[in-house]
Design a protein around this ligand. Sequence first.
Ligand code: PHE
Length: 462
Amino acid sequence: MEHKKGREGFSSGIAAFLATLGSAVGLGNIWKFPYVVGENGGAAFLLVYFICIIFIGLPVMISEFYIGRKTKKNVMGALEILTPKRKWKTIGIISILASYFIVFFYSSVGGWVYSYVFKIIKGDFYEVTSQSAQDEFVRTIIGPIPPIVWQVIVVAVVSLILALGVKNGIERITKTLMPILFILILICDIKAVTLPGIGDSFKFLFKVDFSMLSGSVILMAMGLAFFKLSLGMGCMMTYGSYFTKKDNMMGTAAKVAISDTIVSLLVGIAVFSAVFSFEMKPSSGPGLLFMTVPMVFSKLPFGTLLLLAFFILASIAATTAMTSMCEVVIAYYSEQKGMSRTKAVLLNAVIILGIGIFATLSADAGSLLGKFTIFHMRLFGLFDFLSSNILLPLGGILIALFVGYVIPKEDIKKELSNEGKLKLDKLIDAYYVILRYVTPVLVFVVFLSSLGLIEKLIKLFH
Ligand code: PHE
């Protein structure tokens, strides 16, 4: 067999592609992408985002696939095989930490999304006004009990998928759900095209106005690219370790990056078309998904059904993405620590809930935990900040440097071309040059900026 005895893997190229896409497509596309694009002025931001996907996202993703499939191990095990130097283990440590930090707040937002599906079915979103949308969102995030219950439900669903294993759990669920997700998005877009705001929506997303570009907009776009493609935290490494030796890793990376971007754009078109049809502002921030969308959709014919479709697709996206974050640590616990998969899944669930609950409680600014801040951030924001702005860029730059400067080029060539079976010489050469000279420099800039250093420097020289 392709896989080492006892080690599971994806059964085909399509399965690998859908699972990886399931990781990339998540709340990032549906919750973050529209509001970040909305706040940063649309097309110009998008242009920078595309550049980041090509020069940072793709090279890092290919490198993660390389490490994973070459070694067929979890993050820590993979690095142990590839280098005796302990310092590179930092990549493994960052991966485990980042997985947890992300999942602590992601499971919270996932819980809100699940609860919206339930509330829409119950009829709570009939004739929504701006006030009632706001009240509903506040009720959703302050509990204290309901948001925790929803978080527990999300973690339970994800744990169940994980416990079923790589083939029967992750592969089966992504194979079934990703096509459904696409159909739901298309339904929303077919509706969006008939709305009066569709023209403005396209203009907003595709008419570039360079005056909107600023340093912080560029940096925001880079951060989003990392988060979107699940990079810099071992997720693509772990999934890569389940690829078969026949898969075309460069092809899969390109297909995932393109499809993920298409999903973001389709969601953006639907959301902005609805938003502009009712003369609302696209820049309403993180509440765009939870307040603006329900209000706008409820005004449309068949709006409640559409809203239901939209939140079901958000739940699917959140679930498959969260599953991939957790798989990083499940693979680590079971391979490095010798735990059974079930035990690893249980331990993981206990850790997520044990700490994640505090993130959920901190989302309510009025609560005791909400008043507790570190660097002016509540726990919820702190986990988001630590993972997206520090750990992912750090992981990304280390992965680029490790593959670009430590691994011999011949080995990379051999693995990416499936021992010469794929004729990818020119592409591999281009990837290698970008990986060594472009990606690390760009990521370094993102990293400094996310720590606020660049801004401080600019001010200093002004
Ligand atoms: N890519 C996911 C999203 O867009 C988030 C994610 C980040 C998933 C890191 C796995 C690892 O929502």
